[in-house]
Ligand binder design. Structure first.
Ligand code: NAD
Length: 374
């Protein structure tokens, strides 16, 4: 399998965690005889320093000419005085827009070994494995009209409007992504809306129900967003794929992140556009950049998503996830994850964690191959 990956490491801990993620992908390529190429590109603060702009045209060309884009993180306090459209984060927004992905995927997984890291009780988080499918290009964040009239003499001197708007086609395409992913998982889609109040949600619900008929093997349930917020904390095990619109998805996927227990553990993918974009959820963490304390597991799990969603290498993606589980179950922790004070959880650096996952991956592959040989 050939795969060209644009690697935009970015700022702060971005390059540190991206290095570990690409090393894992290199290991997968070596073990499976695949041909992955990695093309570096500038984005964010480092791109401003070198080219004067947070997303240089060469980076965009590279991204559009790749099979997948892997982004580390952007953000550098050095540029805080610039206007928002010139800051490093503008590069992120620009590339997301240019690639045009409309379905944002965020897994929320409970790792047994990290049960104490979640504020939820272990019996609540046990076996939780949710995949959020959030619509990313519509809804309240993009709907027109939108404005804030600060000078208005009416309404106490100010009035603002945002518009929640969806077309049927926008709902259809993201619903299909959710049902297709559910078919490969536990075959359940929970669609979240506010259909008891909002017409937009009524359109959403009717459309999702109609699309569900094309996927008879998948069970569909509808939840109102307010009760969903509670169910996620009370009975998260009940959910498989959660499909929702932009604003609700933004909020609920962050809420569900507490199940995993650390920002450094969370991967994400944005699919459906010209090229899929993969990025760990965390930012550039300037407070720990360069100290070797960054947790690379979110980036490594993002690498697994590259294989699953842009290369159809499901077994290889699952092997990376199993290697992460194995290393955690052996007790190894980066500083953000360490809880035990009795030495049973060796605290390791970014690089050491990356090497441990690579070692676990290689050993598991060797074991599988020797079993086949018998
Ligand atoms: P952040 O995610 O960078 O950090 C929040 C906290 O979590 C910090 O204490 C940090 O040390 C810790 N943390 C984050 N990732 C970690 C990891 N992998 N391992 C261990 N600890 C980790 O968020 P912030 O501090 O609000 O933002 C810092 C910069 O990152 C800002 O410039 C912001 O705009 C940018 N940002 C970028 C992205 C992105 O690139 N996708 C996302 C969020 C924030």
């Amino acid at each position: 399998m050939k795969l060209k990956i644009a690697v935009l490491a970015g700022d702060g801990i971005g390059p540190e965690v991206t290095h570990e993620a690409t090393e894992i992908l290199r290991a997968v390529a070596n073990l499976g005889g695949h041909e992955f190429t990695f093309e570096p590109g500038l984005i964010g603060g480092v791109a401003i320093t070198e080219t004067g702009t947070p997303l240089p045209p060469t980076t965009l060309d590279l991204a559009l000419d790749s099979d997948a884009v892997f982004l580390g993180a952007v953000g550098d306090n050095k540029f805080a005085a610039l206007s928002p459209d010139k800051r490093p984060e503008a590069g992120l927004l620009q590339i997301r827009q240019a690639l045009g992905g409309f379905a944002n995927l965020r897994p929320s997984v409970a790792y047994t070994a990290l049960a104490v890291n979640s504020p939820l009780r272990p019996e609540v988080t046990k076996d939780v494995d949710i995949l959020f499918v959030r619509e990313l290009l519509g809804g309240l964040y993009f709907g027109a009209p939108r404005w804030w009239d600060q000078t208005s003499s009416a309404n106490g001197g100010g009035e603002a409007i945002n518009t929640m708007r969806y077309t049927r086609d926008e709902v259809v395409r993201v619903a299909r992504v959710a049902f297709e992913l559910a078919e490969k998982r536990r075959k359940k889609v929970t669609s979240v809306d506010k259909a008891n109040v909002l017409e937009v949600s009524q359109l959403w619900r009717a459309t999702v129900s109609e699309i569900a008929k094309d996927y008879p093997g998948v069970t569909l349930e509808h939840q109102l967003v307010d009760s969903m917020a509670m169910h996620l904390m009370n009975t998260p095990r009940n959910f498989d794929v959660v499909l929702t619109e932009n604003l609700f998805g933004d909020i609920l996927s962050d809420e569900a992140a507490v199940i995993t227990g650390s920002l450094g553990m969370l991967p994400s993918a944005t699919i459906g556009g010209a090229v899929n974009l993969f990025e760990p959820v965390h930012g550039s963490a300037p407070d720990i950049a360069g100290t070797g304390k960054a947790n690379p597991l979110g980036a490594i799990l993002t690498a697994a998503m590259v294989l699953r969603h842009s290369a159809h290498l499901e077994a290889e993606a699952a092997a990376i996830e199993a290697a992460v589980q194995h290393v955690l179950s052996e007790g190894y922790r980066t500083a953000d994850l360490a809880r035990a004070a009795d030495g049973t959880q060796p605290v390791v650096s970014t690089k050491q964690m990356g090497k441990l996952v690579q070692q676990a991956l290689t050993e598991a592959t060797d074991r599988r191959q020797s079993m086949h040989a018998v």
